[in-house]
Write a protein that binds this ligand. Structure first.
Ligand SMILES: *Cc1c(COP(=O)(O)O)cnc(C)c1O
Length: 361
């Protein structure tokens, strides 16, 4: 097998130890003679995996007993409309912080279902800087405030979260969940598609404050109701069993690596390595966003000309660096350095960028 460095934005890299473990158990989970994909989701073997994954999420995020952890399908994109379907009642208003592509998509879906209001927007800065969320003007009767913690495409990430008082704070953490410690008690609902930091595509993690479930109308379809999923411990219908199993293994790997403190320390070192090269290249490379808004997960950058960028991308590919082409809407380059991307791979990328500049600068 050739050595590759995986910087894909999503689905992203998984820990090699986890892939190996899954391979070893692929044909027979825990010695039972069948794959986890072939057994009932109501079997005691599957339920143990399912419940353990929920428990690990609670422990890693230090969740109080007020929260339920759900495993849903449809990706984070389904949460864009599921949140308003559950909580945005007629005549009420939901607030959105617009910080880039993904928060824009979440807002667009909510607008189809009810009244919304933009509380802060980074649009006037072309989303290259985080909007100011320190003094949001939140009307008391607002049903929730929605925010995207890390804009995967633009490459900006919130370091702090707003105090929304009694108004529930809902956050899309798809691309930075479990990458750093957070004060989960600030949030009423956290959702994340698994395929960036937690496992393969197919399962979406939803963490919801139980008191919110009482507000959900019975009139909505069962499959779209957080309350129904919570009541059935996410076994209302068949869950994506293999994805949940993989998430379970990734969570155990995070624990082994020192939990969220461990992840944050490692992620900081990785990001600093690459940003340092950009900032000390004499303008040969440029980060695409304001320094204080920079993401520790998705580093967006460009080189001094389109010709040089093309040459760089070609050479990176030849050298085994994968997934560095920027998003089709953003162009340039993007290095996604999720939890599972090893420090050594970031070092290899940083060294390559320095060498490429020497040869082309
Ligand atoms: C990838 C991503 C999404 C979309 O996730 P899907 O699971 O593909 O629907 C939404 N929000 C953020 C922040 C993302 O990074």
């Amino acid at each position: 097998m050739t050595c590759t460095y995986n910087f894909n934005a999503g689905p992203g890299a998984l820990p090699s130890e986890v892939l190996q473990e899954a391979q070893e158990e692929f044909l027979s989970i825990h010695g039972i003679g069948a794959s986890v994909m072939e057994i009932s989701h109501r079997s005691k073997q599957y339920e143990a995996i399912h419940n353990e994954a929920q428990q690990l999420i609670k422990e890693l995020l230090n969740l109080s007993s007020e929260y339920d952890v759900l495993f849903l399908q449809g990706g984070a994109s389904t949460q864009f409309f599921m949140v308003p379907i559950n909580f945005l009642a007629e005549g009420k208003t939901a607030g959105y912080v617009h910080s880039g592509t993904w928060s824009g998509k979440a807002w667009k879906e909510a607008k189809k279902l009810g009244k919304t209001m933009i509380l802060a927007s980074g649009e006037k800065n072309q989303f290259k800087q985080l909007p100011d969320i320190d003094s949001l003007n939140i009307p008391k009767e607002m049903v929730y405030v929605h925010l995207t913690s890390n804009e995967t495409i633009g490459g900006i990430q919130f370091k702090n979260f707003p105090d929304t008082g009694d108004v529930p704070l809902v956050v899309d953490m798809s691309s930075d969940i479990m990458s750093r410690p957070i004060d989960a008690s600030k949030f009423s609902l956290i959702y994340a598609g698994a395929q960036k930091n937690l496992g393969p595509a197919g399962v979406t993690i939803v963490i919801v404050r139980r008191s919110l479930l009482e507000l959900i109308p019975d009139s909505i379809p069962d499959i779209l109701s957080y309350g129904v999923h919570a009541k059935h411990n996410s076994l209302f219908n068949t869950p994506p069993v293999f994805s949940v199993y993989m998430v379970n293994l990734v969570l155990k790997w995070i624990v082994k690596k020192g939990g969220l403190q461990g992840m944050a320390a490692l992620n900081r070192q990785k990001a600093e390595l690459i940003y340092h090269v950009l900032d000390n290249s004499g303008g040969f490379y440029q980060g695409l966003v304001h320094k204080e808004s920079r993401s520790m997960m998705n580093i967006t950058f460009g080189a001094c000309s389109p010709e040089i960028e093309n040459k760089l991308l070609k050479e990176l590919e030849q050298e085994g660096f994968m997934g560095l082409k920027g998003h089709r809407d953003a162009g340039h380059l993007r290095a996604s350095i999720y939890n599972a991307v090893p420090y050594e791979h970031c070092k290899a990328l940083a060294d390559f960028l320095v060498d490429f500049k020497k040869r082309n600068g």
